[in-house]
Write a protein that binds this ligand. Structure first.
Ligand code: HEM
Length: 429
């Protein structure tokens, strides 16, 4: 099916939305966006208001400019992460629990806490993760990640090319996830299938029932290991999280399952797509590729600049009250997305934003967002990226995009590649 045929029909503009703020943009199927996501955003930054309303996918606001994204991300009073209010989630979780208790087979309804909570609940549930994902803990993962990278790269080296997403970008974060959480590598195929299911759910507007089912499958897959590690703790993140307290009492299995689904949905396709954007840029920018080969000490700067140039996540918010924001009149319960790629490509904020300039100084990107929900996995994501750059450049000869198989993108709350074909000269036998 072509992107144009998948476009959802536009809805009628509500009266409170000014005509001048309407722009037709489908964040899943806009054909120009799907053809080259960041190019479409650069075009929008030139001609579309910094905050606009689109009639697609039920009608919602889009924060496009750096200022709009940065200010909205920090204004948790006006822009809530509780797209479904916590009071409703609590009712659903209680109903599921009662059904489970009376034998009707439902049990715990796992929810990715704390990403879908606002302060103060958010702060309480973020704390244990903050400790677990701190730089000291994450540094200990380096040898394991390097070994996994090496194995995956070596498995395709002799082929003279690969479909990068399937061969490396997708399996790497899944394997790191299993290792970090103390789960058996034998679970790899099951988790990979769950990741595909989760990503398919993200390719269209929300289907809450399907998403809930996937979350339940993820927590069911993790539960046996969680219970085992509670009794016999190891040197892993689940064992560490079992030691944490919420409100001064031990953490419960249900709360652990909420953390499990959060880490699964936040930490896999994001890393995967960041690896895709990195390798795709280097395949096209052979001068930078060579510079990094010659001087790997530049890799950290390249990681940051490529994260900025190809920022790719689009978090969602619910407007909590009638509010005027950057000239837009919004009503309580309107929906909005933070188009973070727009923030990091905004020419009003970054000089020559489309250039990849690894000497760029001064202004931090917001690929990991800003404000209280700023990414907890940024140290891990940067480590996975740096090691992949290092090992790929060390092991693979100069690589390029396959001219006969151009990249295929997918868009939504995470923007990235469905396919990314690379070529290199086969090493001599
Ligand atoms: C390059 C890779 C990654 C990018 C670009 C990224 C980006 C983001 C962004 C933009 C947010 C904020 C969402 C919002 O405002 O609603 C976020 C939150 C989060 N991320 Fe990441 N992420 C990445 C990798 C990871 C990894 C590897 C993990 C851990 C396994 C992780 C765990 C989290 C968690 C737990 C949150 C929720 C924080 C909160 O609500 O307080 N992320 N991430």
């Amino acid at each position: 099916m072509s992107a144009a045929t998948q476009l959802k029909p536009p809805v009628k503009k509500p009266a409170h939305v000014a005509d001048s703020l309407v722009y037709d943009f489908d964040m899943y199927f806009d054909p120009e966006y799907l053809a080259e996501p960041q190019a479409k955003i650069i075009k929008m930054l030139e001609s579309v208001p910094p905050v606009f309303w689109t009639p697609r996918n039920g009608g919602h606001w889009v924060f496009l400019s750096h200022q709009a994204n940065f200010d909205a991300a920090r204004d948790v009073v006006s822009f809530s992460n509780e797209v479904v209010p916590y009071s409703k989630i609590k009712v659903a979780q209680t109903v599921f629990k009662i059904l489970g208790k009376i034998g009707l087979g439902k049990g715990h309804l796992p929810m990715p806490f704390p990403i879908m909570l606002d302060p103060p609940m958010h702060t309480k549930y973020r704390k244990p993760l903050q400790r677990a994902f701190g730089p000291a803990n994450i540094r200990t993962l380096e040898p394991g990640i390097r070994e996994l990278c090496g194995e995956l790269i070596d498995s395709v080296l002799a082929q003279g090319g690969c479909e990068f997403m399937e061969s490396i970008a997708e399996p790497l974060p899944v394997k790191v996830f299993l290792q970090m959480l103390g789960m058996s590598p034998d679970n790899f195929l099951e988790y990979r299938a769950l990741l595909k299911e989760h990503m398919n759910n993200g390719k269209t507007e929300a289907n809450p029932r399907k998403r809930m089912e996937t979350l339940r499958k993820i927590s069911a897959a993790m539960r046996p290991t969680m219970l085992k590690l509670k009794e016999n703790p190891g040197d892993d993140m689940i064992s560490e999280l079992w030691q944490s307290e919420i409100d001064g009492r031990p953490i419960t299995l249900e709360e652990m399952e909420n953390y499990g689904v959060l880490l699964f949905i936040a930490g896999l396709d994001t890393v995967m797509q960041s690896l895709g954007f990195a390798v795709r840029h280097l395949a096209a920018d052979t001068a930078l590729q060579q510079r990094l080969r010659d001087d790997p000490s530049l890799i950290n700067d390249a990681v940051e600049e490529i994260l900025r140039r190809y920022t790719f996540t689009v978090p969602v918010r619910r407007v909590t009250k009638d509010v005027e924001f950057m000239g837009a009149r919004m009503k309580a319960n309107d929906h909005a997305v933070l188009l973070l790629p727009g923030a990091d490509l905004d020419p009003k904020y970054f000089d020559k934003p489309t250039d990849v300039n690894i000497e760029r100084e001064g202004k931090p990107h917001i690929a990991f967002n800003a404000g209280p929900h700023r990414c907890l996995g940024s140290h891990l994501a940067r480590l996975e990226l740096r090691i992949l750059y290092e090992e790929f450049l060390k092991r693979v000869p100069p690589f390029r995009l396959d001219p006969d198989k151009p990249p295929v993108f997918e868009c939504g709350h995470v923007v990235g590649f469905e396919r990314l074909n690379l070529l290199w000269d086969k090493p001599a036998a």
